[in-house]
Design a binder for this molecule. Structure first.
Ligand SMILES: *Cc1c(COP(=O)(O)O)cnc(C)c1O
Length: 356
C-alpha cells in the first residue's frame, strides 16, 4: 500500500488543484468512523462518530487548511492570516510553519481554549489578541487581507470549504452511501456548507445514491441562524462555536432547506451532558463544541423523532485535549491522595469508591 499523504492526494479530481499546485500534506483526513456502543443503541439508530479530532492539529480545520495553503503557495503568497476561536489558528500556524510561511492570527482575548493557544504559540505564529469577540476579529481580518498582501485563510476562502468537503466523501466511501442524517455543530457555518457540497457533488458523480438530512446544532447562547438574527454577545461554554454572525450563514440555510434538515439549538447543559456521555460511555474525548452534534441527536430522539433503523453520523469536530480546563471543571473527579505504599492503595480499593 502506498503511504497515505492527505486529502489533496486522495481526492485530487474533486479539488481546485492542478499540476502547478504545490503538494501540501500532513496526513490530514482519513479519520476513523467509529460505531457507537451505547448512545446509538439507546436511541434505536445505527450511529457512527466521525472522529475529526484525529487530524494532525486535532480538528477538521486541517482538511481545508491544506488546500488553502497549497493555493496560497501557488499564488506566491508568503503570509496568511485568520481570525479564530482557536482551531483555525492552530491549523493555519502548523501548515504555515511546515511550508515556510508566516501565520498571523487574531483571537478574541481571553476566549481561546488553552490547548489551542499553546499550539499556535508552539508553531510560531504571530498572535494578536483582540479585545472583542470572534466576529470583531473577523471584520478586521477581512479588511487587512483586502488592503495588504496577506492571504485570508478563514472559511470565507473557498479553498477551505473545498478541502473540508472531503469528509463527506470519506463517509460515503466507508458506508457505501450517504447516511440518513448528518449531525454537526455549527459555528461560522463553513463545515455544514462544505459537507453539503461534498454529499451533493458525490451524488452527481454517482458515488452515492442518496443525500443525508443535514442537522446542524448551534449553542443556545450563540444561535443566530436558529433565530434568524445576529447575536451581538454570543455566550456558550463551547468556545469553537461562540459565533454571533456566521460568515457562511447562507450556506447553512441552503444545506438545511435543500436537505429537509434543521438548524437547532442545544443548551450548555445539554452540551456538557453529551460531552461527558461521549467520554464515559463511548471512550471518546472531544471538545465541548463537538458534543453539540450528539446533544442535538439526543434532543431529537427525546422530541419523539423516529430514529429507528436510521443511519446517523455525528461529526466529532475536535479533540478533547484542546480544552483541558472544561474537562477539569465539568468532570468533577477528585484525586484520591495516598501515601506511596501498596497497603494504602489496597485499603482504599477494598473500601470501594467514595460516594459510590
Ligand atoms: C471550527 C469548529 C466548529 C465550527 O465549524 P464551523 O465551520 O465554523 O461551523 C465546531 N467544532 C470545532 C471543534 C471547530 O474547531
Amino acid at each position: 500500500m502506498p503511504i497515505y499523504e492527505g486529502v489533496i492526494d486522495r481526492y485530487r479530481k474533486f479539488l481546485p488543484v492542478s499540476d502547478e499546485t504545490p503538494d501540501v500534506a500532513m496526513g490530514e483526513g482519513n479519520t476513523p468512523l467509529v460505531r457507537s456502543r451505547r448512545i446509538g443503541p439507546e436511541l434505536g439508530c445505527e450511529l457512527y462518530f466521525k472522529l475529526e479530532g484525529m487530524n494532525p492539529t486535532g480538528s477538521f480545520k486541517d482538511r481545508g487548511m491544506c488546500v488553502a495553503i497549497a493555493k496560497a503557495l501557488e499564488a506566491g503568497s508568503t503570509r496568511v492570516m485568520c481570525a479564530s476561536t482557536g482551531n483555525t489558528s492552530a491549523s493555519a500556524s502548523a501548515y504555515a510553519s511546515r511550508y515556510g510561511m508566516e501565520a498571523i492570527v487574531l483571537v478574541p482575548a481571553g476566549e481561546i481554549a488553552l490547548g489551542k493557544l499553546a499550539q499556535a504559540m508552539a508553531y510560531g505564529a504571530r498572535m494578536i489578541a483582540v479585545r472583542g469577540n470572534f466576529d470583531d476579529a473577523l471584520q478586521i481580518v477581512l479588511r487587512a487581507t483586502e488592503e495588504m498582501e496577506i492571504t485570508l485563510v478563514n472559511s470565507v476562502n473557498p479553498h477551505r470549504l473545498a478541502g473540508q468537503k472531503t469528509a463527506a466523501f470519506e463517509i460515503v466511501d466507508e458506508l457505501g452511501d450517504a447516511p440518513d442524517m448528518l449531525c454537526i455543530p455549527v459555528g461560522n457555518a463553513g463545515n455544514i456548507t462544505a459537507y453539503w457540497m461534498g454529499f451533493t457533488e458525490y451524488r452527481e458523480h454517482e458515488h452515492a445514491r442518496s443525500l443525508p438530512r443535514m442537522m446542524g446544532y448551534q449553542a443556545a447562547g450563540a444561535a443566530p441562524i436558529v433565530h434568524d438574527r445576529v447575536v451581538e454577545e454570543p455566550k456558550t461554554i463551547a468556545s469553537a462555536i461562540r459565533i454571533g454572525n456566521p460568515a457562511n450563514w447562507q450556506g447553512a440555510v441552503k444545506a438545511r432547506d435543500d436537505s429537509g434538515g434543521t438548524i437547532g439549538a442545544v443548551t450548555d447543559d445539554q452540551i456538557v451532558s453529551a460531552y461527558l456521555r461521549l467520554a464515559r460511555e463511548e471512550g471518546i474525548f472531544c471538545e465541548p463544541a463537538s458534543a453539540a452534534s450528539v446533544a442535538g441527536l439526543i434532543q431529537l430522539g427525546e422530541s419523539g423523532e423516529d430514529l429507528e433503523d436510521k443511519t446517523v453520523v455525528c461529526v466529532i469536530t475536535g479533540n478533547g485535549l484542546k480544552d483541558p480546563s472544561t474537562a477539569e471543571t465539568t468532570a468533577k473527579v477528585e484525586l484520591e491522595y495516598v501515601e506511596p505504599d501498596y497497603a494504602a492503595v489496597s485499603k482504599i480499593l477494598k473500601n470501594g469508591r467514595a460516594g459510590g
